[in-house]
Structures are given as C-alpha cells and as structure tokens.
Design a binder for this molecule. Structure first.
Ligand code: 13P
Ligand code: SF4
Length: 311
C-alpha cells in the first residue's frame, strides 16, 4: 500500500490535523501539517479546529494536546510510545517529595504524565524553561522536575538553587564527551550544539544549547558550515532540508553505531499512522478532573510564553 497517498486521502476525508515531532522518521515529518518542538506542538494543538488530531510523537505530547483541546479526539499511532523522562517521575513518589517541601512551588518540564501535571504550578519546555523560571522572583523556592540535567543547566545559567528531581532521558543522558571530542578531532571546524537534556559535561562543550526548534534555527542562521549535533537523530532531517549545503554529525550513543534514536519516538511508523487515522484509535483518554487540574499549569506556561513574546 502507498501509505503516503492513503494518509493524505484520509486526512482530507476526516478533516484531521497531523502534528509531528522532529524526532519522527522523515516520511512522517514530511506528511505532517506541522512539525515542531514540544512548545510549538502544544500551541498548535491548543489552536486546532479539526475533527481529529493525529499526534506523531510520544504519549505525554498527545496527552498535552488532549488537555488543551479536550473536545477533539487525539490519536497516537502507538500507545506504547512513552518517554523515559516521564517514567522517571512516578506520581506517588513525587507527591511525597512535594509534601516534604511545602514552601516550594513546582515547575515541571512538559515531559511528565498528566498525573504529575496535576501536582504542578507551571509547566515549561526546553524552549522556554529559562524564561519560565526567571518569571518568578529570585527568592521563590522552586522544585524542578523531572529532568536533573535541564534543571541543573537552568540553575547554573540563572544562579537559582532549585531543588531537582533525579530524572533523566535515557537517550540524551548517555551521550558522552569522548564521542564529541572524537568527532571534533575529525571535524575541527564544526560547532557543537546540544539539547539541554544532555549531561552537564556534554553541555560544557556546546556552542549552543536549546530546544529542537532552537537547534534547527541555530544551524540555519549560524555562519558555520559544520555541526556536531548532540540530540536524537530525527532532527537531522529538517536541518539538512533547511541547509542542504551544510554538514551535520550526530553524536553517537555508543561506539558501534553512528546513530542516536529514541526508541519511543521511533515506534511510530507510516503504517501505524495510517491505521490510527483510519480507525480513530488508539485515542488518548483522560478523566474530566485530571484534565481540569493538569491543563492549568500548561495554560499558565502558554500565557507566560505569549506575554514574553516566546510564542
Ligand atoms: P523539544 O521540546 O526540545 O523538542 O524536546 C522534546 C524531547 O522530548 C526531547 O527529548
Ligand atoms: Fe523522552 Fe528522551 Fe525520547 Fe525525548 S528523547 S521523548 S525525553 S525518552
């Protein structure tokens, strides 16, 4: 079957909106109505007026879309597309942790379950985390969850002393400085760019640190012709499309491969996307109380981002 043609036909027939993250396979990115980072995708989902959203990303992203637009069915091609970072912050453990720090507010990275968002004051993404933290007075006590790498980066950059939940992304946290130094020796004129979910050691080598959208924009605007890219390999598709004359080297996750894939993002395929669109399932389902509580910190994030001109 020609999935591309069938998806395009069904998309029109069902008045569906296809949203895709930059870590999706190139074929999915190319068929999507919008490809973006978590912040852009949340904003697009909140503005959608289609009859269905097909979310080519991972579970927390589709859940966020559902909370922002509860009346539209949101389908995820593979319900097993989770996130190690979201999984590193179980509800009961985090609730106890929060109770131990009653004078702290909670800022959560969007890579969390809806349940964690119900315990959160304001959500952030890698595209606005620094500005969200800085929108609070310097003496405000803050718990930052779940990514200790992103939280540590913000603490160093802003001089804050947020308490960090001990979570990491299994894809970014294993990227190491040796692999970057090796690439740098082969390509001395290449600039290192990194996602803030990478370890502090990796981030010290980076000329630019930012969200997937930020990284893509940087490679397009910067004068450098070569980039060493410390994040998931799906991002190379847009970088190469936007700057075909430039060279990109992904930081490998181990010495036996030259790739770096998120196993959850890569569960989505064109066949599963086609079936999700055709059958209207698997759909994200959340109870009304969770939606009411968990959407508040997401709306607050979007409001602050609009006020600061980030979106
Ligand atoms: P971005 O919001 O920067 O696209 O990051 C999402 C993510 O899951 C990174 O691992
Ligand atoms: Fe989650 Fe990491 Fe995959 Fe992003 S790359 S979706 S943080 S597991």
């Amino acid at each position: 079957m020609n999935y591309r043609n069938e998806i395009l036909r069904l998309k029109k027939e069902k008045n569906a909106l296809i949203l895709a993250h930059f870590y999706q396979i190139p074929e999915i990115q190319d068929i999507a109505d919008y490809v973006g980072d978590s912040l852009g995708l949340a904003q697009k989902a909140s503005e959608a007026n289609s009859d269905m959203i097909v979310f080519a990303g991972v579970h927390f992203m589709a859940e966020t879309a559902k909370m922002l637009n509860p009346s539209i069915p949101v389908v995820l091609p593979d319900l097993n597309a989770g996130c190690s970072l979201a999984d590193s912050c179980p509800y009961e453990d985090f609730k106890r942790f929060k109770e131990q720090h009653p004078d702290h507010i909670v800022i959560s990275y969007i890579n969390t379950t809806a349940a964690i968002k119900t315990l959160t004051d304001v959500v952030c993404t890698s595209g606005n985390a620094v500005q969200i933290v800085e929108s609070f007075p310097t003496d405000q006590k803050i718990i930052f969850a779940p990514d200790k790498n992103l939280g540590g980066y913000i603490n160093r950059l802003t001089g804050r002393n947020m308490i960090l939940w001990n979570g990491t992304c299994e894809v970014h946290n294993i990227l190491n400085t040796e692999a970057i130094i090796e690439l740098k020796q082969k390509h001395p004129d290449a600039k290192v760019i990194a996602h803030p979910e990478c370890s502090a050691a990796v981030l010290t080598l980076a000329a630019y640190i930012g969200s997937t959208t930020g990284m893509i924009n940087f490679t397009q605007k910067d004068i450098s012709k070569k980039f060493i890219v410390a994040t998931e390999s799906g991002i190379l598709h847009q970088m190469k499309k936007l700057s075909p004359e430039k060279e990109f080297y992904i930081v490998p996750s181990d010495s036996t491969c030259s790739c770096n894939d998120c196993p959850y993002m890569k569960l989505n395929t064109m066949e599963k996307l086609y079936l999700a669109l055709k059958n209207g399932k698997p759909a994200i389902s959340l109870d009304a109380e969770t939606i009411e509580l968990a959407r508040k910190p997401i709306i607050r994030m979007l409001d602050i981002s609009k006020k600061l001109g980030i979106i």
